[in-house]
Design a protein around this ligand. Structure first.
Ligand SMILES: [Zn+2]
Length: 111
């Protein structure tokens, strides 16, 4: 699903809070990859969020926010992939089960 910049901007904070649905997350990542303006918007928000988090955790180590963000985006993509893989395996398993049942029924009928 293609989304507009306005929609993507509206998703930035929810992305950071991990509050996007799977479909939204997918569209959002797709948009971020193509749109520099929205990626920058995400970057800025992400950095602010992490900086505040770091302050409240009283952690003054150097953080590479860009690296953190690209890791975060990679995790999000892996998350999507995992969900699709699970769905695929689930459907594959169900189809396989039905097929076996079918063979069994035929076997019983022809016996
Ligand atoms: Zn955009």
């Amino acid at each position: 699903m293609e989304i507009t910049c306005q929609q993507a901007e509206g998703m930035v904070s929810r992305y950071i809070d991990r509050n996007l649905s799977l479909n939204e997350l997918e569209s959002f990542l797709e948009h971020i990859e193509k749109c520099t303006a929205c990626r920058e918007e995400l970057e800025t928000n992400f950095i602010v969020y992490k900086a505040i988090q770091q302050l409240s955790e009283d952690d003054d180590s150097e953080m590479d926010f860009r690296l953190l963000l690209s890791e975060d985006l990679r995790n999000a993509r892996n998350h999507i992939r995992k969900i699709y893989l699970n769905r695929f395996l689930l459907i594959g398993g169900a189809v396989g089960g039905i097929f076996l049942l079918f063979i069994l029924v035929i076997f019983l009928i022809l016996r």
